[in-house]
Design a protein around this ligand. Structure first.
Ligand code: SF4
Length: 180
């Protein structure tokens, strides 16, 4: 089993508010999440290599998960005035993405193999090359949790991580999968 205390320390140092173990047995790849993606409320559907439909079928995504037996959920929580405080929300999202990429590099160096699953899809480049040119960094590109059919709220609940902190806070949640 991985040293989750050490992983928590690494995650906190990278800037996350919370880092908890993720039991991979709680991950379910659900078709209904793909249907939610297609509604494109997050404006990522059809805009990046790492979200549907370009990411591949749900079965292909399920196969990507199989080599990984351990994981962590990472979360950034920040204050907002309300759900329309887009400036604050963008700041929290930016901080989350920066922490995510920093920790991804550290985990890669420490564990060799890591599968990054950012909540809102890959944010490696300012603008994704999709669909005009191949992905610039295929080894670093993170496929979104939703692309795997994961319901973030449910995954948090099943792993004892709070998801909603009230109307005056915003939380971004992602995860990493690792091999023992
Ligand atoms: S690494 Fe860059 S080009 Fe590749 S999916 Fe991510 S944003 Fe797009």
């Amino acid at each position: 089993m991985l040293d989750y205390k050490k992983l928590e320390e690494m995650g906190k140092e990278a800037g996350f508010t919370a880092v908890v173990p993720l039991d991979v047995n709680t991950i379910e790849c659900k078709e209904k999440v793909r249907e939610m993606c297609a509604a494109d409320k997050c404006h990522r559907y059809g805009h990046t290599w790492t979200c549907p439909p370009a990411c591949g079928t749900l079965e292909e995504m399920r196969q990507r998960l199989t080599p990984y037996s351990e994981g962590i959920l990472v979360q950034t929580v920040g204050e907002v005035e309300d759900s329309m405080d887009f400036e604050a929300i963008a700041e929290i999202s930016k901080a989350h993405n920066e922490s995510f990429f920093a920790l991804q590099q550290q985990l890669k160096a420490a564990y060799g193999s890591v599968l990054p699953l950012p909540q809102n899809g890959c944010a490696r480049c300012k603008e994704c090359t999709y669909p005009d040119a191949p992905c610039r960094f295929p080894e670093d590109a993170g496929y979104s949790m939703s692309a795997y059919g994961m319901l973030v709220l449910e995954v948090c609940k099943l792993n004892s991580l709070q998801y909603y902190y009230g109307s005056d806070h915003m939380a971004f949640t992602s995860c990493f999968l690792l091999k023992e």
